[in-house]
Write a protein that binds this ligand. Structure first.
Ligand SMILES: C[S@@+](CC[C@H](N)C(=O)[O-])C[C@H]1O[C@@H](n2cnc3c(N)ncnc32)[C@H](O)[C@@H]1O
Length: 249
């Protein structure tokens, strides 16, 4: 299984995720699709801190959120309404063992890009398919490689501060480490106020993401038994991402 990055598994960083990723207009497309597809039950794969899972549960859907990062799930479980969601600690490949037959599976926040090698990605798709009912849908996004999102992952382009309750002002910045397409590696650094952490003020997290071309994704979906129903544009990030709507044929 792909191991999650420190930003998701280190409790010091997992608790910062929502503050630094605070514009969640990206999720509107997913709640809209859940409604359009008539989904009553959803598996949110790589649910992280549970923002989408909680939104869907608040609309009365039956929701399971699965993620391998215990610290992110702990953040999710502490949120209002969390008891309405079934939270499972595990990677996408564990989805098949959940004994679910959901109408819809989702992967938001570019979860699809964490699977660096094709075998891992294929296993994830197979497992998600096995958690769907026949005719059920999988919706996920992935960045368009040609748009070279990584060019913005530098300290000059991305350096942000947030006030974190109980912690103080935290600064976050990105450093691009390596572009070895289809893999891109970058580091996220978080500077805490002096004295908050016992062993230094800066905590870093290294991430490598896989940038797949559209035809590679379509092929991997077909191999897992999915039919691509639509490829949408993300309205909040026009031209930057493909949002795949695939149906288990
Ligand atoms: C950028 S976050 C997105 C979280 C959430 N979907 C959102 O939109 O806020 C990526 C998530 O993928 C999860 N992840 C990493 N490896 C995974 C795997 N093998 N299977 C499922 N999720 C994984 C991480 O733990 C993290 O929560």
């Amino acid at each position: 299984m792909t191991t999650p990055d420190p930003i998701f598994v280190d409790p010091r960083l997992a608790r910062l995720y929502d503050a630094f990723d605070d514009d969640r207009r990206d999720l509107d497309l997913y709640t809209g699709l859940a409604e359009r597809l008539g989904a009553r039950s959803v598996l949110d794969v790589g649910c992280g801190t549970g923002v989408l899972a909680l939104r869907l549960a608040a609309r009365g859907l039956s929701v399971t959120g699965i993620d391998p990062a215990a610290a992110s799930l702990e953040v999710a479980r502490a949120k209002p309404g969390a008891q309405a969601v079934t939270w499972v600690e595990g990677g996408a490949d564990a989805a098949a063992g959940l004994d679910l037959t959901v109408d819809l599976a989702t992967m938001t926040g570019n979860v699809a890009q964490v699977f660096q090698d094709d075998a891992d990605w294929g296993r994830a798709l197979d497992a998600v398919r096995d958690a769907l009912r026949p005719g059920g849908s999988l919706v996920f996004e992935t960045r368009v490689p040609d748009r070279q999102a990584w060019l913005g992952w530098t300290r000059e382009q991305r350096s942000v501060r947030r006030d974190i309750p109980g912690v103080g002002q935290v600064e976050m910045w990105n450093d691009l480490v390596e572009v070895a397409l289809p893999l891109v590696t970058f580091q996220q650094s978080y500077r805490f106020p002096p004295g908050v952490l016992p062993d230094g003020d800066v905590v870093t997290s290294l991430s490598t993401l896989r940038f797949r071309e559209r035809d590679e994704i379509e092929e991997s979906l077909a191999d897992a038994g999915f039919e691509v129903h639509e490829v949408l544009d993300a309205p909040d990030r026009p031209g930057l991402e493909w949002v795949f709507v695939a149906r288990w044929a």
